[in-house]
Design a protein around this ligand. Structure first.
Ligand code: LLP
Length: 422
């Protein structure tokens, strides 16, 4: 197995720590991440970027995995951060990312979030509407600052990925329609409290072919040339995230090929680049460990009821996403495979991770790992059914650290208050 995990003496081992050890120490369900895996992904992308000789800042998309330990790992490697809320902004700062290396994306930044981002001096606002531009100008004027902005362009390109994570079509809520950019640029030049640095684009996530990115980058190139012909100074291009990982052996875009495409299409424009990768940096470095609670056979189906549920890993329930599910104790050679439905304890039929998955025999107490759960796993977890928030563990070499403990019902309900009027 790649992903910094392998079976050693029949036990699934990440770097040099067995999953059995972690399950015994932390309990299940829990997320486990490989620091080496995350570092390797970052270094690979960084090497491709350096080889291109285009000055580029990699800004880790915090939404993929916002644990402070994870952001801090990337911060130490030299990464900036792409944030989409005040909460992510605070996390990035707390984890050691310098404010000027933070870009703030998102269609609905609140006044409080904009004010805070101005106060700490972030490097770039990715503006997604004329109203937001006016708001940023107004709030910056109130504190006598000039806000660095780029326009997020909606290039009307189909990312050919899952409809729910596609963002670059003209009927999506994201960005500013490409034909409206030139007039907005002229208007923005008259606003004294914004400084226009350039443009941004992000067409979607889990993009596993180069074609859609090529189309988008060509449109960005044409837009830059068009704006420059009208006198615009464009020094920065933010090309978003979207690099895919291989969940079930599907082909993905190699970071080297992605960067080569960028060089080919816009390398001669003399712009500094920002990249906002999330999934690629963390996705295949995380697993979700779970224990089989019960087995039952019903209507010809074999169910394994596990202690992880859709609140811990939402992707299968939300997008029908596939994750490899593998036993933590290596199956015997030639063990028979049976189609299993792997389901969680939540009282909804959608709390199912897979149906009819061929797996070796499963018994109560067996540990399973969902692979490739490092991105949008813990980050989208919640406390539905008053289930605790799933803990997170970081493995480094032969050591591991609990980077978020299990946060239980008591911690949640301590903020509830009985109603005085009732
Ligand atoms: N930049 C912007 C503006 C974004 O909206 C996103 C992701 C990224 C960067 C990072 O994209 P990445 O490199 O991770 O593909 N929850 C979904 C994914 C949602 C992605 C949202 N935006 C999932 O579990 O597949």
């Amino acid at each position: 197995m790649d992903r910094n995990i392998e079976y050693r003496n029949g036990q699934m081992t990440m770097e040099s720590v067995t999953m059995r050890q972690i399950a015994a120490a932390v309990g299940t369900p829990c997320y486990v991440y490989s620091a080496a895996g995350m570092e390797r992904a970052y270094r690979r992308l960084e090497a491709a970027v350096l080889a291109s000789k285009i000055p580029t800042t990699i800004c880790f998309a915090v939404k993929a995995n916002p644990n402070l330990a994870v952001i801090n790992l990337f911060s130490k490697l030299g990464s900036g951060a792409d944030v989409v809320s005040g909460g992510e902004l605070e996390r990035a700062l707390r984890a050691g990312i310098a404010a000027e290396r933070i870009v703030f994306s998102g269609v609905g930044k609140t006044r409080a979030e904009i004010a805070r981002a101005l106060e700490v001096g972030i490097g770039q606002f990715n503006v997604e509407s004329p109203s937001e531009l006016a708001m940023i100008n107004r709030l910056a004027a109130a504190v006598n600052l000039v806000a660095p902005v780029v326009f997020r362009v909606n290039p009307d390109v189909d990312a050919a990925t899952h409809a729910k994570i596609s963002t670059g079509k003209k009927d999506n809520k994201f960005g500013i329609a490409i034909d409206e950019i030139p007039s907005l640029w002229q208007l923005a030049l008259k606003l004294p409290n914004v400084k226009l640095l350039g443009l941004a684009v992000h067409i979607g996530s889990q993009i596993n072919e180069l074609g859609p990115s090529r189309q988008a980058f060509i449109k960005m190139r044409e837009l830059v040339l068009n704006l420059r012909s009208q006198g615009a100074v464009i020094e920065r291009l933010d090309l978003g995230g979207g690099l895919a990982i291989s969940y079930r052996g599907e082909k993905t875009v190699a970071p080297e090929d992605f960067i080569a495409l960028i060089s080919e299409v816009i390398g001669d424009l003399g712009c500094q680049l920002i990249l906002e990768p999330g999934r690629y940096l963390v996705g295949d470095s995380g697993v979700l460990l779970t224990e089989v609670l019960y087995r039952k056979s019903q209507s010809g189906r074999e169910f394994a009821i596990v202690d992880a549920a859709m609140n811990d890993l939402m992707r299968p329930a939300l997008y029908g996403s596939y994750h490899h599910i593998v036993p933590v104790a290596e199956a015997a050679d030639g063990a028979p495979l049976t189609p299993f439905d792997i389901v969680g304890p939540i009282c909804e039929s959608t709390d199912s991770f897979t149906s009819g998955r061929e797996l070796p025999p499963l018994a109560e107490g067996d540990l399973l790992a969902f692979l490739d759960a490092g991105a949008y796993g813990a980050s989208m977890s919640n406390g539905y059914n008053s289930r605790p928030l799933v803990p997170e563990v970081m493995v480094k070499g032969d050591r591991f650290d609990v980077i978020r403990p299990r946060i239980g019902a008591e911690e949640f309900y301590k903020f509830d208050k009985l109603c005085n009027e009732c």
